[in-house]
Design a protein around this ligand. Structure first.
Ligand code: IPE
Ligand code: IPE
Ligand code: MG
Length: 243
């Protein structure tokens, strides 16, 4: 069985319900969720994971009420500003996937600066999925390959798995495939998270809402992962034999 995963993705869900259950406005749940992000990133660094992708805002989340979207953008800006020292001091490389050009300038500026300044950091790669959709990212990759064909630099029959993987934002960033996807707050779906990249990921669902999710919960998810047998289509005996 495996040890720790290299790349974990987390669908940070349940902020709104956590707040509503306490009679608080939904944004309080998002605010508290930022504390969970801090703790989980720090723990991922301590466990020496290679990469952690956090699903922070989906392409579909733009359709939420405007004041909730605006409050989320403010929190994102605050996170990028307040965590700058933590990220640099801990040698964390920050990257992002998603339609970043849709984000307001107030978010893009600190994001671009931190991505640039942390580019040479060598420990954990922290990837924020912002304005992100898995299907949208596949469309974008298809367009990239299509324009290569139009320009005469590529033939259709040259498109294979590695080439498509490399055309995705995650491929361009050198992120490995996902080993483990964690979703908090009870829902058991991917909600357009890294679809291609999670092809053989192990899935872990917990009822704990994101604002309450801390390192001890993450440690349980990692323990669970370590017990799984990843077979990639082979038989258990085949996999057992080559371990
Ligand atoms: C996750 O919490 C944060 C985002 C999607 C931005 P939700 O806001 O989806 O919380 P619930 O699922 O409504 O409780
Ligand atoms: C997925 O959560 C997106 C993020 C966690 C950023 P949602 O709350 O948007 O997903 P659905 O609507 O329950 O599928
Ligand atoms: Mg939700």
């Amino acid at each position: 069985m495996g040890g720790d995963p290299r790349h974990v993705g987390i669908i940070m869900d349940g902020n709104g319900r956590w707040a509503e259950d306490r009679g608080l406005p939904r944004i309080e749940g998002h605010r508290r969720g930022a504390d969970s992000v801090r703790d989980i990133v720090r723990y991922a660094r301590e466990r020496e994971l290679a990469a952690l992708t956090l699903y922070a805002f989906s392409e579909q989340n733009w359709a939420r009420p405007v004041d909730e979207v605006a409050a989320l953008m403010d929190l994102l800006r605050d996170y990028l500003t307040s965590e700058r020292a933590e990220i640099m001091d801990h040698d964390i490389r920050l990257v992002s996937v998603g339609a970043i050009d849709r984000l307001p300038q107030t978010v893009r500026e600190p994001l671009d600066a931190l991505v640039r300044d942390s580019a040479e950091n060598r420990h954990l790669t922290l990837c924020l999925a912002l304005s992100y959709g898995g299907q949208e990212s596949l469309v974008e990759a298809a367009r990239c390959l299509g324009s290569e064909i139009e320009a005469g630099r590529l033939r259709a029959e040259q498109i294979d798995l590695p080439r498509l993987a490399a055309a995705l934002q995650t491929g361009r960033l050198g992120l490995p495939p996902l080993d483990l996807v964690v979703r908090t707050s009870g829902e058991q779906r991917l909600s357009n998270f890294l679809l291609w990249e999670s092809a053989y990921a192990e899935l872990y669902f917990t009822d704990v809402p994101w604002p309450a999710f801390r390192r001890e919960h993450f440690a349980l998810a990692l323990d669970d992962y370590a017990q799984r047998q990843r077979r990639y289509g082979l038989t258990g005996a085949q996999v057992g034999g080559i371990e």
